[in-house]
Design a protein around this ligand. Structure first.
Ligand SMILES: [Ca+2]
Ligand SMILES: [Ca+2]
Ligand SMILES: [Ca+2]
Ligand SMILES: [Ca+2]
Length: 203
């Protein structure tokens, strides 16, 4: 029998097997340690894009509402907190009204479709099946559009536009004001909070 066919029949030596297994183990470590996290990371941008889309539509919806529940609905010529006759007081008989001191929905505004001013959204939170502005589930053919996403909203007066509420500024600032800060936080399915914000002015 020629020498070459004898060595083929004898298969791998123990040392060759050990080297082979070690090489395979190193290769596997590289795959799980380097490639697998990359696969994970490649999902994140999709969540981020979807979160941005969701936050943008929420902000658009909120910014489309009145500045305040006390805002003049007939053309908006009279702003809340505006002292029209400069007497240092806000009085109904002078056609003046104070802006809302409490951020939240007013009486009778029980769900999102009733919200008519920006601060009605303060404290709004939803997860599970997210809803659209009309209070309908965001689904297409029974498939949730934002499965495992959550969205929350915070609104407060922020007269100096530094993202810190008038109510907690030091030194103390006016309780109400002409600028409201709106913050939308979207939590992605992997638990990352993405924060978006905007201001609404009392025009
Ligand atoms: Ca007045
Ligand atoms: Ca309202
Ligand atoms: Ca309100
Ligand atoms: Ca502030």
């Amino acid at each position: 029998m020629p020498a070459s066919s004898k060595s083929l029949q004898s298969g791998f030596s123990l040392i060759e097997l050990v080297i082979g297994i070690t090489t395979f183990a190193i290769a596997l470590t590289i795959v799980t340690g380097v490639v697998a996290p990359l696969i994970n990371r490649s999902v994140e941008p999709i969540y981020q894009v979807r979160a941005t889309e969701l936050a943008q539509s929420m902000l658009n919806e909120i910014l489309g509402k009145y500045y305040d529940d006390e805002s003049d609905r007939n053309g908006g010529r009279i702003r809340c907190d505006e002292d029209l006759n400069d007497d240092g007081q806000l009085r109904k008989q002078d056609g003046e009204m104070a802006c809302s001191a409490v951020m939240g929905p007013e009486q009778g505004e029980n769900s999102r479709k009733d919200f008519d001013d920006v601060d009605d959204y303060n404290g709004y939170y939803e997860d599970d099946i997210l809803q659209n502005s009309l209070g309908l589930d965001m689904e297409i053919d029974g498939e949730e559009l934002y499965s495992e996403f959550a969205v929350g909203v915070t609104v407060f007066y922020d007269s100096d536009m530094d993202a810190i509420a008038n109510s907690v500024e030091i030194p103390a600032q006016e309780a109400t004001g002409n600028i409201k800060f709106i913050q939308v936080t979207v939590t992605t399915p992997d638990g990352e909070d993405m924060v978006f914000s905007s201001f609404k002015h009392n025009y």
